[in-house]
Design a protein around this ligand. Structure first.
Ligand code: ADP
Ligand code: ADP
Length: 228
């Protein structure tokens, strides 16, 4: 049954050059536990659509429910990972991972065990006291993924988390994420330009078209790696 429900959602931006129809007729459900990828050319509305599910932007029309509740703003049961890890440079890896707990004014001590578990699962535990500038790009994205998962979200949004990485690092990251998902198996919305990456990681792939923005295919990956 539907955990995420996107109901005939549109998003229109008013710009100096007129209206941009960034997302049109988006209408789909996501079952709890599914890893869903969105692929499509630049500008087809992937970021806008996932931002709306995550409450970072509001639809111009239509409605989005997650867990039966309308999404109107970012939520504590959501996690976010962006293309640029956006880590705090003066804080350690461990403190970056725990940062959402501090901003949400939750008791940090109660989350240290979870931070350790995530950092071990992603091979970062030995780097917990390093600053982001001392890490490679792939390691910084792993920190961002740990930070996105620290509050045990029910839904994790990942917007092109590996797009800035070289091909070999990217393959490593795919393997890491697949292995991590064997442990955490959360509902995920994952944006990528790579069909290969989408098929490797996902239970389901939505393919989008640009101009006009449309979901043109909705594929359940038949040979999804066995998980859980
Ligand atoms: P991609 O997802 O293809 O890597 P982006 O999502 O960053 O790239 O941007 C896609 C397109 O959206 C670009 O053409 C960019 O100029 C445009 N864009 C993104 N954000 C804004 C904005 N705030 N105002 C106007 N255009 C934007
Ligand atoms: P994608 O992630 O698939 O590359 P986006 O969702 O970033 O696509 O963008 C979809 C369309 O909306 C593009 O034409 C982009 O230029 C436009 N767009 C995105 N954000 C803004 C914004 N803040 N203001 C104006 N136009 C935007």
């Amino acid at each position: 049954q539907a955990y995420v429900s996107v109901q005939n959602v549109h998003k229109t931006y008013a710009t100096r050059n007129g209206e941009v129809h960034a997302v049109q007729h988006a209408d789909f459900d996501v079952a709890e536990g599914d890893f869903l990828s969105l692929v499509g050319p630049s500008g087809c509305g992937k970021s806008t659509l996932v931002s709306m599910v995550g409450g970072l932007e509001n639809p111009s029309a239509g409605c989005i429910l997650v867990g039966g509740e309308p999404v109107t703003a970012p939520r504590r049961d959501f996690g976010y990972v962006f293309q640029d890890a956006t880590l705090l440079p003066w804080k350690s890896v461990l403190d970056n991972v725990l940062f959402p707990i501090r901003t949400q004014k939750r008791p940090v001590a109660e989350y240290r065990g979870e931070a350790e578990r995530l950092l071990r699962a992603t091979g970062l535990w030995d780097f917990r006291d390093k600053r982001p500038s001392e890490l490679s790009g792939g390691m910084r994205q792993r920190v961002a993924i740990c930070r996105g998962l620290i509050n045990d979200p029910r839904l994790l949004m990942m917007d092109e988390p590996f797009s800035a990485l070289d091909a070999i690092t990217r393959d490593d990251m795919n393997l890491m994420l697949a292995q991590l998902w064997d442990q955490v198996h959360k509902t995920a919305l994952f944006i990528t330009h790579s069909i290969r990456e989408a098929v490797y990681l996902s239970d389901r792939v939505l393919v989008m078209n640009a101009r006009p923005s449309r979901i043109v295919a909705d594929i359940r990956v038949p040979f999804a790696r066995p998980r859980r």
